[in-house]
Design a binder for this molecule. Sequence first.
Ligand SMILES: Nc1ncnc2c1ncn2[C@@H]1O[C@H](COP(=O)(O)OP(=O)(O)OP(=O)(O)O)[C@@H](O)[C@H]1O
Length: 263
Amino acid sequence: MSGANPAAAILAVRGIGKVYGSVIALTDISTSVSAGEVLCVLGDNGAGKSTLLKVLAGVHPHSTGELLLDGEAVRFDGPRQALDAGIATVHQDLAIVPLMPVWRNFFLGAELSAGRGPFSRLKVAEMRAHTSEQLARMGIDLRDVDQPIGTLSGGERQSVAIARAIYFGARVVILDEPTSALGVKQAGVVLRYVAQARDRGLAVVFVTHNPHHAYPVGDRFLVLNRGASLGEFDKAGISIAELTRLMAGGAELDTLAREIERG
Ligand SMILES: Nc1ncnc2c1ncn2[C@@H]1O[C@H](COP(=O)(O)OP(=O)(O)OP(=O)(O)O)[C@@H](O)[C@H]1O
């Protein structure tokens, strides 16, 4: 079913489970992602996608099973520790300051400066140049890195966030529904940069409920349903029609269609 090679994986989970009080959010999930690969995590509302993402990103500790980084079992104390280990998450609602220039947002919280204390000054020219260079490397063609980031399209903003994660040393990028609020064309923009990240050797975890966005860019597809795995598939092992049907709970939809058919 799946051609995953856990031995080569940067990040993996083995039999992971997560409970919130009495709510079982995940049971017995195993998967992995390697450099230069896109793992798509698919599922309907409440399937457990966000919970898996939070375990991978160090936001919530897992309740059972193992989280493996470069083959070693780890337990992150928080998202900072995961980030230091090279696991970056790009959230759907990006933490940006819309009125600030693109370059300022690119370096937000990690500004380059010279000197100390009251005499320190921001290295503005360098930050501008680095931003332009990094965006160009991702094939992101912005007219001007001085324009407020709020003037970019949603797809471009997500793409800048991906480029930023790579620049600051991510080996694994977790994308949390990056295309769900976007139209077809803008989603295409983001998918192109997901492929760029993969081609630059990153391990990408792409969380989505849209199989049409996942399929073109994914190498493997983990389908979740009510906290359990419905299976993990190589692209060669599943068609987009099958993936869509599996996600939507094919049999349930067929029954519904029969029920609401006109007599
Ligand atoms: N902090 C929490 N406390 C209690 N239950 C939670 C918590 N977070 C998630 N859950 C429950 O865990 C289950 C899985 O939720 P999760 O958010 O991971 O699903 P999801 O696939 O990301 O769904 P969606 O696409 O709607 O965001 C749900 O039943 C949800 O109600």
